[in-house]
Write a protein that binds this ligand. Structure first.
Ligand code: NAP
Length: 251
């Protein structure tokens, strides 16, 4: 029987991961809010490969929607093998102006949704056979663990909670469901950065290149198979976490 994964946040990196998993034989529940074009494209790819996708449109800030995602996935495919949570707002919240609403608008889809989706998916994963019955993977940010940068306080608070949730759930869901996190560094340019700023970031990254999307897809596939690792936050960041201030030999 083919495996089934839920993927949230399929606009850019999530779209490539989804396509990779379809090619590896997964059927997918694609969770999106406004990326209609991307999910239609993925639907066509799935059709050409003889795979199935379920499109679930909604806002992961809502508890009911999180529950519905898992219920509808299970009722469509009859099993759930993996949850991959990429959905994440990312907008500036200078500390002088940050509001409760800004914090909420990041925290709910990033951290709260991860816990609620995981809790519901875990119950269905337990119905699978074998010692390892499913895998949960979050997408975090290298800077949370090392040096959060300025003006993104609400984002970092939420991603910090996400990294903590990975460790909490890894313990809760052992021994049957490993929970891990890929903490990305510069992979695709954020919309609010100029090309010049993006080039400067890459120049100040030890490996001096953007993170390879192909490697992110391959690592995701590997983490959906691993049975020996849980509670890990893996930096896939071109070495930014060892770059210090970015001055000296790096800068
Ligand atoms: N790009 C990088 O270089 C980089 C660096 C560090 C970490 N990361 C992390 O890697 C992941 C993917 O990054 P990306 O650049 O591909 O992301 P992105 O292009 O900014 O897309 C964000 C995704 O989050 C979804 N989303 C946001 N709020 C949502 C909500 N309330 N409900 C449902 N979906 C919501 C969006 O859905 P819709 O488009 O459907 O609205 C979109 O698919 C994210 O977790 C990000 O934090 C990326």
């Amino acid at each position: 029987m083919g495996k089934v994964a839920i993927v949230t946040g399929v606009r850019r990196i999530g779209r490539d991961i989804s396509e990779h998993l379809l090619r590896k034989g997964y059927d997918l529940a694609l969770v999106y809010r406004s990326s209609d074009e991307e999910v239609k494209r993925l639907e066509r790819v799935a059709g050409s490969l003889g795979r199935r996708v379920l499109l679930l449109k909604g806002d992961l800030s809502e508890e009911d929607f999180c529950k519905k995602v898992v219920e509808e996935t299970y009722s469509e495919f009859g099993r759930i093998d993996a949850l991959i949570h990429l959905a994440s707002p990312y907008f500036r919240t200078p500390i002088e102006e940050v509001s409760a609403e800004d914090i909420d608008r990041h925290f709910r889809p990033i951290a709260m949704a991860f816990v609620l989706l995981s809790k519901e998916a875990y119950k269905r994963m337990l119905l699978n056979e074998g010692d390892t019955r499913g895998h949960i993977l979050a997408f975090g940010d290298w800077a949370v663990e090392h040096t959060p940068y300025k003006n993104y306080s609400a984002y970092f608070l939420a991603k910090g909670a996400l990294h903590t949730a990975v460790k909490v759930l890894a313990k809760e869901f052992a021994p049957h469901v490993p929970v891990n996190c890929i903490a990305l560094g510069p992979t695709l340019k954020a919309e609010d950065l100029t090309e010049e700023e993006w080039e400067r970031i890459l120049k100040n990254t030890p490996l001096k290149r953007a993170v390879s999307l192909k490697e992110v897809c391959e690592l995701t596939e590997f983490l959906l198979k691993t049975e020996s690792m849980t509670g890990e936050v893996i930096m896939v960041d071109g070495g930014r976490h060892i770059a210090g201030s970015g001055l000296g030999s790096v800068g």
